[in-house]
Design a protein around this ligand. Structure first.
Ligand code: GAR
Length: 214
């Protein structure tokens, strides 16, 4: 039937750090912005990530899969895929998740994993561009606009189909920390929940590597 959304989706959020993007998703769920999905599990690559506390405060199940406990990325990815399958994930969200998973995960879940990146892709992205480093490079280049991108995760690092982007102005006295905060407040915390809501409402269509919002 047209307009009927295909059930309530299980959202699994992957984190490694402070979890402010996870918080934006929790807030969006609690305010009713995300209607057709719920965060059923948060998986962290670090045992001491503050993101885990945020999840627990809201009664969300947590799991920890420490990257350093595995000999290589393949073994880590196999266990991650197993965990995602156990959690019956319909959507996987990288929210400050700092590990690149092997394609054995991304290929098993095509167009079902999304990532938020703190720049306007294809600028300042790819291997090595994460966290503050992205903003340091943007300031070093002297760009006047930066922003954030939410995209589907593929085997190409930061190379998957772009779902949403939002631009943010750079100011003369910015430090990497100040710029990071502005990009989060004005872009990441807005477009990540929006993209998740669109996905859960079955409104994202991928065709020829491009995303159309229906
Ligand atoms: C965010 O700025 C996110 O975009 C970035 O790390 C930060 C995590 O903050 N992710 C990447 O750089 C991935 N390439 P958070 O833990 O407070 O959400």
């Amino acid at each position: 039937m047209k307009g009927l959304v295909n059930g309530m989706k299980n959202i699994v959020v992957l984190v490694s750090g402070g979890g402010t993007n996870l918080q934006a998703l929790i807030d969006a769920q609690e305010s009713g912005m995300i209607k057709n999905g719920r965060i059923t599990c948060v998986i962290s690559s670090k045992a001491d990530a503050y993101a885990l506390e945020r999840a627990k405060k809201h009664g969300i199940k947590t799991r920890v899969l420490v990257r350093k406990d595995y000999p290589d990325v393949i073994e880590y990815s196999k266990d991650m895929l197993k965990a995602l399958q156990e959690e019956k994930a319909d959507l996987v969200v990288y929210a400050g998740f700092m590990t690149i998973l092997d394609e054995l995960v991304t290929k098993a879940m095509p167009n079902k994993m999304m990532n938020v990146h703190p720049a306007l892709i294809p600028s300042f992205c790819g291997k090595g561009y994460y966290g503050l480093r992205v903003h340091e490079e943007a300031l070093a280049k002297g760009v006047k606009l930066t922003g954030a991108t939410v995209h589907f995760v593929t085997e190409v690092c930061d190379g998957g189909p772009i779902i949403l982007q939002k631009a943010v102005e750079v100011q003369d006295n910015d430090t990497p920390e100040i710029l990071q905060k502005r990009v989060m407040e004005q872009a990441e915390w807005k477009i990540l929940p929006q993209a998740v809501a669109l996905f859960c409402d079955d409104r994202l269509e991928v065709k020829d590597n491009k995303v159309y919002v229906r």
